[in-house]
Design a protein around this ligand. Sequence first.
Ligand code: ABU
Length: 500
Amino acid sequence: DFSSIYSKDLLPASGGQEITREFLQEVVAILLGYICKSTQRNTKVLDFHHPHQLKEGLEGFSVKLPEQPETLEQILVDCRDTLKYGVSTGHPRFFNQLSSGLDVVGVAGEWLTSVANTNMFTYEVAPVFTLMEEVLLRKMHSMVGWSDDEADGIFCPGGTISNLYSILVARYHFNPEVKTKGMGVLPPLALFTSEHSHYSVKKCAAVLGMGSDNVLVVKCDERGKMIPTELESCIVQAENKGLVPFYVNATAGTTVFGAFDPLSTIADICHKHTLWMHVDAAWGGGLLMSDRHSMKLQGIEQACSVTWNPHKLMGVPLQCSVILVKKRGLLQQCNELGAEYLFQPDKPYDVSYDAGDKSIQCGRHVDVFKFWLMWKAKGSEGFGSQINKCLENAEYLYDQLQRRADFELVLKNKPEHSNVCFWYIPPSLRGLPAGPDRDERLHQVAPRIKGRMMEKGSLLIGYQPLGARVNFFRCVFSNPATQQEDIDFLLDEIAQLGYD
Ligand code: ABU
């Protein structure tokens, strides 16, 4: 009974050991209950409420903060309700995001990380985690195809920040004086990325003061892959406009189609024009773990830098993202400021292990441990099979879609990644001739179905328009819990929710 017990009674309060144990056992029971429930197919993926409903409070749950402390009993209720009104991203029928699943060893790693509660900036306060980071970065370098003693990298908060690092070090590589003198020493720089690439490239160019307009967008073919001849033309066009090309982002696994740019050809172009080649493999990097699919990233070894998010296809709990840089020392030179209170050169150990000055952050969360623990638990082989399974699921969905008359595939080819894009065609639209009228009506179908789906809570899948294509569903597989029966359910449920 926690009804008259408060947080002040927990450790470090004297004599607080027993109540601390009991409280945390209750928390663990809540979390375990949630974990077990989230894989049960008869439970909801979400219990949707509008923002105003959640703000107003529901059955004793309120997001408002009190002036007076609340009892631990209420705190436990809050823990339960927070999970209850959230979204079960580990549910086998959660197809909404590139990151999904609930890896039990990964969760254990995140709990331990929280209890260790330390900071990655120095070896002094994170000796074990620092060495784990080094081990994992080396492992990832070797998966990319780089020699592990020449390359570098750092864990950072998400793919956008990894891409930001790539532009930052590329700019520094060509113009090191920018670090101290600022943008005034630079010519107007041009960056290149495909029309299907992640929006973060433009965002990073804006953040770094280069201007999003100076990111030249390269056309893709019908499968969403950058067209190398278009890249060449864009480079020439930029030069003719007085811009100085310096950076190309190639994508390995685009966000919507899961397309792989032709990395080797792009590498040749970068080499010819002396440009920095970055590969955004935030989503596709996981395929490097698979003996069946790693060849889709052929040419990645020629990149100068790589973004890879283990929290996506590899199922590591959020967040876990790395930037890998081929040239060792560049991250350090680009970002170091040598704050004397933190990075004292005369510490009693090899201070090259203080990785913090490679980072643009000061405080840095320990994102590595859960990943390290999962790798220990699965081995490289286990990750490989997990990823193969995700791609098998995508092929199964593709096969089912080909068979059904009530759905239409957006891309006719077999999926290269675990993305499968499709339209549901309700009876009223079947047989209508292609054209603006059908497009206008079809555009409204996916959002309407999504609305009904959220109210019902039976599954979750995303949709978007892309270029000239009106709203379509994007199904992505990264959750090892998903089975073929969930894919059958997905199609039948969409057909039911969308039946005129
Ligand atoms: N950073 C891209 C994630 C987008 C998605 O999960 O759909």
